[in-house]
Design a protein around this ligand. Structure first.
Ligand SMILES: [Ca+2]
Ligand SMILES: [Ca+2]
Ligand SMILES: [Ca+2]
Length: 354
C-alpha cells in the first residue's frame, strides 16, 4: 500500500545538480570517501561518504554504515558524563547491540527512538569537536539552545541549516544516497541507467526477486543480487559492511536495520527507510519506506548520520554552481510537492478501497 507515494517522491531525483571542477576535495570525492581523522579526530573511527549530487540545494555526506553500537556507546558515555555539568546529555532509549543485544559491537545500535537519534547527533558533533581540531555547530536547537535531552522538544527542533554538525539525513538525501549510480552524461540530473530502479536493492543489479541472469547495471564489474547486498529474511542483524556496498561505497542501505530519516510523514511520525533483517525482499528495495512514532523504538530500527558540507568547503567554482542550482531546485521542489500530494491522495484512496 505504501508503494503509491514513492514513485512520486522519486521525482526529486530530477531536481538535483552536480559538482563543478575546482574543488579542494576532488581526490577524495573521486573515491567517494571522506575519512574522518583528517581533522585530527581521535575518537572512535567512522567514515562519511560524500554524495556527488546536491539534494534540495545542499551538498552533504552520509555515513558509510549504520551507526554501530561501538560508536553509539562511546559518544553516549562521553555525553552523559556528570563532568559535563549542565551540558550533560540525557537519553531515554534502552539502546542495544543489534537485534538481540549479543555479539559484536560492530552491529548497528537499535532500540533508539527518533528523538534519541536527534539528540545523539548533537552529542556526536560535540564529541567530534572535543576529539579533533575543528569546531562545528550543532544542528538541532530549541529556543536557541542546543538540544541535549530527549523529549517532545525534539519533534519541533529548529534546524540550523548553516551548521556543519552531524544530523539525520532527510528522506530525499537518504534516497539519493541509496539510488545514485553515476551521472554518466554529467548533466547534473539522474536519468534511467544512472540510478537503481525502484524495485532493486541499493547496490543490486536486479529486481529484488531476480536471482540469476542479470547484467551489471551499475558498472562496478560484478553482478550482484539482493542476497549479495542486503541482510534480509535473517534471524538476527549482522555486523555492518557484511554485504557488498552500493556504487557510492555505502553499506546496508537495504536491509539489516531500518533507518530513521529526519522528515515527518505526519506530526511526530518520522519516516524510516531501507527495510530490516527479518523482512522480506520487497522491504529491502530502494523505494520501500515506512514510519513510526518519534518516541518509539524497535530492535530492528537504527539510523545513520549525515552532515551538510558548507559552501566554504566546496571551493569558489562549486559554490557558484550551487547558487545557479538554486533556481533549478526551486522548480523541482514545486513539482515534487504537487507529486507528493498526488501520491498521498492515491494512498488514501487505496486505503479506503482496501
Ligand atoms: Ca545525467
Ligand atoms: Ca554491479
Ligand atoms: Ca539499513
Amino acid at each position: 500500500m505504501k508503494r503509491a507515494i514513492v514513485p512520486f517522491l522519486f521525482l526529486l531525483l530530477l531536481s538535483v545538480n552536480c559538482y563543478d571542477s575546482g574543488n579542494d576535495d576532488r581526490d577524495l570525492m573521486a573515491t567517494g570517501l571522506l575519512i574522518n581523522g583528517q581533522d585530527g579526530y581521535t575518537g572512535v573511527a567512522f567514515r562519511m561518504v560524500q554524495v556527488p549530487l546536491a539534494v534540495d540545494g545542499v551538498f552533504y555526506s552520509i555515513g558509510e554504515t549504520e551507526v554501530t553500537y561501538e560508536l553509539w556507546k562511546a559518544v553516549h558515555d562521553w555525553a552523559v558524563s556528570p563532568d559535563r555539568g549542565a551540558d550533560a546529555y540525557h537519553f531515554v532509549s534502552k539502546s542495544i547491540i543489534g537485534s538481540h543485544d549479543t555479539g559484536s559491537e560492530q552491529q548497528p545500535v537499535t532500540t533508539i527512538s527518533w528523538r534519541d537519534a536527534v539528540v545523539w547527533c548533537n552529542a556526536l558533533t560535540e564529541y567530534y569537536n572535543a576529539t579533533s581540531s575543528v569546531h562545528r555547530e550543532c544542528v538541532y536547537t530549541s529556543g536557541g539552545e542546543i538540544i541535549r535531552s530527549t523529549g517532545g522538544a525534539c519533534d519541533s527542533a529548529e534546524v540550523n541549516a548553516a551548521a556543519a554538525g552531524f544530523r539525520l539525513p532527510t528522506n530525499n538525501e537518504w534516497l539519493m544516497a541509496a539510488r545514485y549510480i553515476d551521472d554518466k552524461n554529467g548533466n547534473g540530473t539522474l536519468e534511467p541507467g544512472e540510478y537503481y530502479p525502484q524495485y532493486y536493492p541499493s547496490g543490486g543489479d536486479a529486481d529484488c526477486y531476480v536471482t540469476t541472469g542479470a547484467s551489471d547495471i551499475d558498472g562496478d564489474g560484478i553482478v550482484r543480487y539482493i542476497a549479495d547486498v542486503a541482510v534480509y529474511k535473517a534471524k538476527t542483524t549482522a555486523v555492518v559492511k557484511s554485504r557488498a556496498p552500493n556504487k557510492l561505497g555505502i553499506y546496508d542501505m537495504s536491509g539489516n536495520v531500518d533507518e530513521w530519516c529526519f522528515d515527518m510523514y505526519a506530526p511526530s511520525t518520522p519516516y524510516r527507510r531501507g527495510g530490516n533483517y527479518f523482512e522480506s525482499a520487497s522491504s529491502s528495495t530502494v523505494e520501500h519506506w515506512s514510519y513510526s512514532s518519534s518516541s518509539s523504538s524497535g530492535y530492528y530500527l537504527g539510523f545513520r548520520v549525515a552532515r551538510t558540507i558548507p559552501e566554504s568547503s566546496l571551493g569558489a567554482n562549486v559554490a557558484a554552481a550551487g547558487r545557479r542550482r538554486g533556481a533549478i531546485i526551486a522548480v523541482g521542489a514545486a513539482v515534487l510537492a504537487l507529486a507528493t500530494l498526488g501520491g498521498i491522495f492515491l494512498y488514501r484512496r487505496r486505503r479506503r478501497a482496501a
